[in-house]
Design a protein around this ligand. Structure first.
Ligand SMILES: Nc1ccn([C@@H]2O[C@H](COP(=O)(O)OP(=O)(O)OP(=O)(O)O)[C@@H](O)[C@H]2O)c(=O)n1
Ligand SMILES: [Ca+2]
Length: 490
């Protein structure tokens, strides 16, 4: 006999099914929305690189909630300040600060207004100001004071203007190169940093801990993301390409002659130089020749081999008191790993097309360039500033000599050097590393990574909810079957 159907059984089962589905959908949606990355809030930082030949303004940007991740900070904007470096304003210090205004205005427009007050602003001055400080501390202070006044009046969070040490310049260049190439987190092999400026040049690379014992002043240790790095670094003041040219000219004009025949300049090149433009630099320790008049005619003869001998004379390879030296008695451990060469290394070698060839081929190309007559050079490169164009033979010969005879790169290790301007869209240089350090954005210990990335988390959740749904379905089905079968039994 059939027991009357209980109308409620069906309803109950359907109700539970619908409830279950709603619960699962609600669970998944909240989970997905709950953990969806927040709307990207960006933070900013500004660094002014007050170099000997120019000042540059870098604006960096990064996602706020990821600032302790490596490789997150990107260069958002770059502004080259018109005119020379701030140390050139020593006779009119007020102009030093004034020269920064246009780029500061650009920075105000490139950082969202609501972020201005929390955007740190730093100025670091390098070798040009180190030389001015050597010459005249008072003028140096006046120039920094003028710059400080302008930067304090910006809407940003001004954090100070100072002359950074050569060691900082080298070490932070290394941090930048390795941060941008994402080498700091794995603790794997790092890239050395080669920086050539107008007044100094830096070499920095990671070495073994025991190698650092010989010279404390050349050692910098970092603990970054849980990895210890023992860096060798040295900054050669006066060995930037502008100052080293003055060293070479001073070397060649000791006799005080009225004409200098210079193999490092192209045949047919001729210009008049004042002795004071050469001997006024604190890098020149030799006295201006007594017999000298006001100036001299600087004439090119364009001979690369003779130019190498001119360059050699500005290096001193004797008097090493360490296990090994680079030059001028400076300790240098054996070179290790890959290197990134940037700033003027890149400007010069890229122009001369010497960035991707063997050392031997580069030497040949250099010889050909130096022996090319000046008229032909000017015809070939009508849009290049004559000051830069005239100096490429000297600068290229200097760079090849510095890297080989100075730092001991050989034909075999030459290919370890990459000449770079940017890495992942940001300029290679000390400024990014400087800001990362001062804003503590590279933690000593690795931040703990969430067990699951967001996507993984959602997949896991979907999977479990599906499983739940299937279990619910089966239990409902068995409930249904039991209800209908009970009816038959009855
Ligand atoms: N497109 C460019 C830009 C600069 N230069 C030259 O490269 C040198 C400057 O390089 P840079 O890295 O800007 O030096 P600074 O930072 O100004 O100098 P320093 O680091 O020594 O303070 C100068 O001789 C400049 O004439 C060049 O040849 N081509
Ligand atoms: Ca520089």
């Amino acid at each position: 006999k059939e027991k009357p159907k209980n109308p409620w059984h069906k309803a109950v089962v359907i109700f539970i099914a619908v409830l279950g589905i709603i619960a699962i959908v609600a669970l998944v949606t909240t989970a997905v929305l709950q953990n969806k990355p927040l709307q990207q809030k960006f933070k900013y930082g500004i660094v002014l690189d007050a170099g000997s030949s120019h000042t540059a303004v870098y604006i960096y940007e990064w996602p706020a909630e990821k600032e302790n991740d490596t490789g997150r900070v990107k260069q958002k904007h770059f502004c080259q300040v018109k005119g020379p470096g701030i140390s050139s304003y020593s006779l009119s210090p007020e102009q030093a600060g004034h020269s920064l205004r246009l780029c500061i205005q650009e920075a105000v427009l490139n950082v969202p207004r609501r972020r201005h007050h929390e955007t740190p602003l730093y100025l670091g001055a390098t070798a040009g100001m180190r030389l001015l400080r050597m010459e005249n501390q008072s003028l140096c202070d006046q120039v920094l004071g003028s710059v400080e006044k302008v930067l304090q009046s910006t809407p940003f969070d001004y954090q100070g203007a100072r002359i950074i040490s050569g060691q900082e310049e080298g070490a932070f260049g290394w941090v930048t190169v390795n941060y941008l190439s994402d080498r700091l987190k794995q603790g794997s092999g790092t890239t050395g940093a080669l920086d050539l400026g107008g007044a100094s040049t830096q070499i920095t690379f990671a070495t073994n801990q025991d190698e650092t014992g010989e010279s404390a002043e050349n050692t910098v240790t970092f603990r970054l993301y849980g990895n210890d790095y023992f860096l060798y670094t040295h900054s050669f003041l006066c060995y930037g390409k502008d100052q080293v040219l003055k060293l070479a000219l001073a070397q060649q004009t000791q006799a005080g002659a009225s004409t200098l025949l210079d193999p490092c300049f192209n045949q047919g090149y001729s210009t008049n130089l004042s002795y004071s433009s050469v001997y006024s630099s604190p890098c020149i320790t030799t006295q201006k020749p007594l017999a000298a008049g006001e100036g001299f005619t600087h004439r090119g003869t364009g001979n690369a081999l003779q130019c190498q001998e001119v360059v050699r004379r500005i290096f001193n390879f004797s008097g090493c008191t360490f296990s090994h030296c680079s030059f001028n008695g400076v300790y240098q451990p054996p070179l290790q790993g890959q290197f990134g060469a940037f700033s003027a290394y890149y400007f010069v070698m890229n122009f001369l097309n010497l960035t991707s060839d063997t050392l031997e081929n580069n030497m040949e190309k250099m010889a050909r360039y130096c022996s090319t007559p000046w008229t032909q050079i000017k015809q070939q490169f009508p849009n290049v500033k004559e000051k830069y164009l005239a100096e490429y033979c000297f600068s290229g010969t200097y760079i090849l000599f510095l890297l080989t005879h100075g730092y001991n790169f050989t034909s075999d290790t030459w290919s370890n050097i990459k000449f770079i301007k940017k890495i992942s869209g940001s300029d290679a240089g000390w400024t990014l590393g400087y800001m990362l350090n001062l804003t503590n954005m590279i933690p000593a210990e690795a931040p703990d990574t969430p067990p699951l990335p967001h996507a993984g988390y959602v997949t896991l959740l979907l999977f479990t909810s599906l499983l739940l749904f299937l279990i619910l379905l089966c239990s409902l089905r068995s409930l249904w079957v039991r209800c209908t079968s009970q009816r038959q039994i009855i």
